[in-house]
Design a protein around this ligand. Structure first.
Ligand code: ZN
Length: 275
């Protein structure tokens, strides 16, 4: 849990795992893809993309999580309901290089500077040349795509602060992020409203806290080395309209919406009780 205004680390448990646990970001990465797609002009809020559950690509079939499909959705709704098809389409319009460029702008693939020595930098995919790899990259999946809980908390703080979260206390100049590469305030607002909607009636409903507006995004990527298993992520911030804290929850062999989001709810309830 980070304080959005100062970047201060408020809580990390267990500290070593927050810095060293690695997993694919899964659908949390849709925030990066959405930001890139809006900023690079390959989509806009008014554009809707239809999900019919399956996305044929290069003689392969890629799938969405909802059988029967999500129907027509704009990018805000697609974030809230975590529609894979929407983000496959955006990822292919962006291409590998722009997806990786925006990953770096969000600080992925390098250490945050928060933790004791031994922090993992994670890794960006080194192989995403085939269109199927690019589409999977856009939803946060890839053979060598790894992020840490600290990186995910920082990503949440970046969105919460609309890119003003530039440096970390004591981390020095090298750790600065996002020197205003996002030009449009409306880009941040789309991401934030999509995260708000995710908690109100999307995949992150179990992070809802009575009397506190929460914004969030879940992810349940295939587990590295064992694609039949999943890992669970939740990233988010609160209060949604005036963010004070940003959090990331990672549960190995868990599910984002069912396992990570309820932990986020407990953390935010505790934080609310201490305000
Ligand atoms: Zn869908």
């Amino acid at each position: 849990m980070l304080e959005v205004k100062t970047g201060r680390l408020l809580a990390a448990w267990p500290p070593q795992k927050a810095a060293r646990a690695e997993a694919a970001p899964g659908s949390v990465f849709k925030l990066v893809t959405a930001c890139a797609a809006l900023e690079e002009g390959v989509t806009r809020l008014a554009r809707r993309i239809e999900c019919r559950n399956v996305f044929p690509l290069e003689r392969r079939s890629l799938w969405c999580s909802r059988s029967g499909g999500h129907g027509l959705m704009n990018i805000r709704e697609a974030l809230a309901h975590s529609c894979n098809i929407h983000f496959y389409a955006l990822g292919l319009r962006l291409g590998r290089d722009r997806l990786l460029k925006w990953s770096r702008l969000f600080g992925l693939g390098r250490t945050t500077g928060y933790s004791p020595p031994g922090e993992s930098p994670g890794s960006l995919p080194d192989r995403a040349f085939h269109p199927v790899d690019v589409a999977r990259l856009a939803i946060g999946q890839g053979a060598s795509f790894r992020v840490t809980p600290l990186q995910m908390a920082r990503l949440a703080a970046l969105v919460a602060s609309e890119g003003r979260f530039l440096s970390l206390p004591g981390a020095g100049k090298a750790r600065q992020l996002m020197r205003r590469p996002v030009h449009s305030v409306s880009t941040w607002r789309v991401l934030k409203s999509g995260m708000r909607l995710a908690v109100e009636r999307g995949t992150a409903k179990k992070a809802a806290v009575a009397g506190l507006a929460v914004a969030g995004k879940t992810g349940s990527p295939e587990r590295a080395g064992s694609p039949d298993e999943r890992d669970g992520w939740f990233v988010g911030f609160a209060p949604a309209d005036k963010p004070a804290v940003a959090i990331a929850v990672y549960i190995a062999r868990g599910h984002g919406g069912d396992n990570a989001a309820p932990v986020a709810r407990k953390m935010l309830e505790a934080w609310k009780g201490m305000r």
